[in-house]
Each structure stands twice: as C-alpha cells, then as structure tokens.
Design a protein around this ligand. Structure first.
Ligand code: AP5
Ligand code: MG
Length: 247
C-alpha cells in the first residue's frame, strides 16, 4: 500500500482499490436551483466521508423551528430572493468549526454571492475543488415542480426521474415527503433570475482564480447536469477522485 500525504488529503492506494481515508476534501457545489446539487451531494459526501453543508437545509430547519432567523428567512425564500450575506456567512463560519468538518466538507448552495465567496477566502478557508452542475433553465421548472423532499434528512426525489419506492414517503424513514414551498412556478422563475443576477458570476470568479494558478486556487470542474442522475454522479466522482490523488 502506498500512502500519499498532503496538506489536506491522505489517500491510500492499494493495487486497483483506492481507499480515501479521513475525507479531507473541501468542496463547493455550484449550479442553478434544481440543478441536482442536493442529489449529487449525497453521493460525493458518502464517497469522501465528508458532511454536506446545505445553507438551504439549514434555513429550512430554522423556519420549521420557528426561530427568529427562520421568521426572517421565510419571506425571502418564498419570494425567491437571497438571505443576507451577513447571516449566511455567520451560519457557515460557525458550522465549519464543528468537529465533523475537521477533515473536509461539501458546501451545497454556498457561496451564492461574490461577498460570500470572498468572505471564505478572507477567513482562510481553502477549497480543493468547485463542481459546477450546468442545467438549462428550461429543464429546471420540470425538475422542481416534480421534486419531493424529506425535510428531516434533506433527501430529494422526483415523481418521474427519481421516485421513492413507495409514493409520497421517504425510502429510509417511511415519513411523508413534502413539496417545498418555494417549488411553485412563480418562485422558481424568481430563483432562476436571482441565480443569473447574483450567483452565476461565481463560475468566472473561480475560473479566474484557477487561471492565476496560485497554490490555493481550487480546481473548477464543470459537469453536464442534463445527463441521468447516475451519469452526473459518475462524471463528478471520477473528476474528484483524480484531484484527491494528485493533491
Ligand atoms: P436551496 O435549498 O439551496 O435551493 P436551490 O439552490 O434553489 O437548489 P435546490 O435545492 O432547489 O436544487 P438542487 O440543485 O439541490 O437540486 P435537487 O438535487 O434537489 O436554497 C433555498 C433558498 O434558501 C434560496 O432560494 C435562498 O432564498 C436561501 N439560501 C440558501 N442558501 C443561501 C445562500 N448561500 N445565500 C443566501 N440565501 C440562501 O434536484 C432537483 C430535482 O431534480 C429533484 O426532484 C431531483 O430528483 C431531480 N434531479 C436531480 N438530478 C437530476 C437529473 N440528473 N435528471 C433528472 N432529474 C434530476
Ligand atoms: Mg438543494
């Protein structure tokens, strides 16, 4: 067995079997609403043994708990806008101090603005790779209008593309699935507009960092999100495994 040590990743290569120990991958998933970030986050987190940090799930938990943050966030989320940078940056900075993030994490739906991306760099949070899942707007409405979610875990299904084993209930817990409040067509269109106005620029931001070739620049990986769920998973994982080995 050959052990490769680096600042953030320890990979053991054993003949044709590669075992990724300790996670040690700091990743960002970018993409429009409904691109499949939550769906793919499950596969990536399981593969690398890292926690999924979904700011959307954190906000929905706050809404469900009726906290002050949840009350403020709900109106913004229902309108398809973005919760303020200060609140989101504070939430994420606090979350990544938790012990389960010591060896890596996957940001799902964060950063969503230049200010959020820059705040992470200013805080010295280094990122190994940014995975962008590209899906055209026309596919998004169909995906989100058919989505069903399990609020407790963040697991997502689709009535046609990824149905649960039993209609309307979560495969693991048997609890009822919900149709998210912001998955109405008017809100979906607003979320897409918000994405194009404020988030899309992050592809250029990370592309520029990569082009500069500085030591702390993350690798930008673009994946065709119009493939099947398994096709997207295979493409993303094979790119990420290459990074883990070459780190
Ligand atoms: P968030 O929860 O992050 O929502 P989002 O970015 O709009 O993304 P979604 O969760 O809707 O989609 P997804 O890409 O995860 O797709 P999924 O895998 O579910 O944020 C919600 C709100 O919170 C925001 O609008 C904002 O107000 C606020 N917020 C969150 N983070 C914030 C931040 N950082 N700053 C400020 N505000 C923030 O898949 C969608 C559907 O498609 C599913 O049904 C799935 O089964 C299906 N599907 C997935 N992949 C495929 C495929 N390849 N083929 C066919 N169907 C597929
Ligand atoms: Mg999601």
């Amino acid at each position: 067995m050959v052990g490769i040590e680096c600042a953030r990743v320890r990979v053991h290569i054993n003949a044709d079997h590669r075992d990724l120990e300790d996670g040690c991958m700091r990743l960002i998933l970018l993409g429009p609403p409904g691109a499949g970030k939550g769906t793919q986050a499950r596969f990536i987190c399981e593969r690398f043994g890292i926690p999924q940090i979904s700011t959307g799930d954190m906000l929905r938990a706050a809404v469900a708990a009726g906290t002050e943050l949840g009350k403020q966030a709900k109106a913004v989320m229902d309108a398809g806008g973005l919760v303020s940078d200060d609140i989101i940056i504070g939430l994420v900075k606090e979350r990544i101090t938790q012990p389960d993030c010591a060896t890596g994490f996957l940001f799902d739906g964060f950063p969503r603005t230049l200010a959020q991306a820059e705040a992470m760099r200013e805080a010295g949070v280094s990122i190994d790779a940014v995975v962008e899942i590209a899906v055209p707007d026309d596919d998004i409405v169909m995906r989100l209008s058919g989505r069903r979610s399990h609020p407790g875990s963040g697991r997502v299904y689709h009535v046609t593309f990824n149905p649960p084993k039993v209609e309307g209930v979560d495969d693991v817990t048997g609890e009822p699935l919900v149709h998210r409040d912001d998955d109405r067509e008017d809100t979906i269109r607003n979320r897409l507009a918000t994405y194009h106005a404020q988030t899309e620029v992050l592809t250029e931001f990370y592309g520029d960092l990569e082009a500069k070739g500085t030591a702390d620049a993350p690798k930008l990986i673009k994946v065709d999100g119009t493939q099947s769920i398994d096709g997207v998973r295979d493409e993303a994982l094979s790119e990420l495994e290459r990074i883990a080995v070459s780190c």
